[in-house]
Design a protein around this ligand. Sequence first.
Ligand code: FPP
Length: 231
Amino acid sequence: MPCHVAIIMDGNGRWAKKRGLPRTAGHAAGAETFRAIATHCKNLRIPYLTVYAFSTENWKRPEEEVSSIMFLLEKYLLEAIEEMAKDKIKLCFFGDLSPMSGKIRKLYDETQRISKEYDSEIQVNICLNYGGRDEIIRAARSCAMDCMLGRLEPDQIAEQDIEKHLYSTGIPDPDLVIRPSGEIRISNFLLWQSAYAEYYFTDVLWPDFNEAEFDRILKEYQTRERRYGGV
Ligand code: FPP
């Protein structure tokens, strides 16, 4: 079993277009798929799930679409707060939340407070206003600051020094990265962390993705030989 699965939830817009629906309907269906797959991962005892909900580049989308994604997040977080302790799901966020609405940041604070109160069975990381390059730049800046303050020598900077400044600090790297919707690219997702991840690309659009598809991918993952640069 992988310890950490990461998913680019892609294809919501095309799913909606195929049905003559607005793109926002695709995101609503995608949010339901996310909920089902998070529960499935918990039932399979996969300890970490990371999903790409909104990238640093997604602000370029029409305002109406951005608002609908934010609305879905708010709705999900509100519902999650009620269920988190019962479901033993810990929620974390990767990304710069400072441009998010006060409502989302407040809900975020609340999820962090609740998460501290119980031992979780799964940690779900939601990437929000997240970009892999942005994350690495932030880590580089923090290392530069540590050097300026005399806490670090530039020629001593090692992987652990970068890692401790990433959003994912303390979490194992993803073993498996899944991208639905037929696109074969990584789109600035977990660039540092997925150095040795296994990738799986499927044509299924995210709202059509389900537990059976996830299990099929897991089976295929289990046939792969991971060598981490060795032989
Ligand atoms: C990519 O599909 C999807 C997004 C940019 C948004 C994902 C957001 C959600 C699933 C809803 C909120 C999330 C949570 C965690 C509750 P796309 O729009 O690029 O699809 P397309 O490539 O077919 O146009």
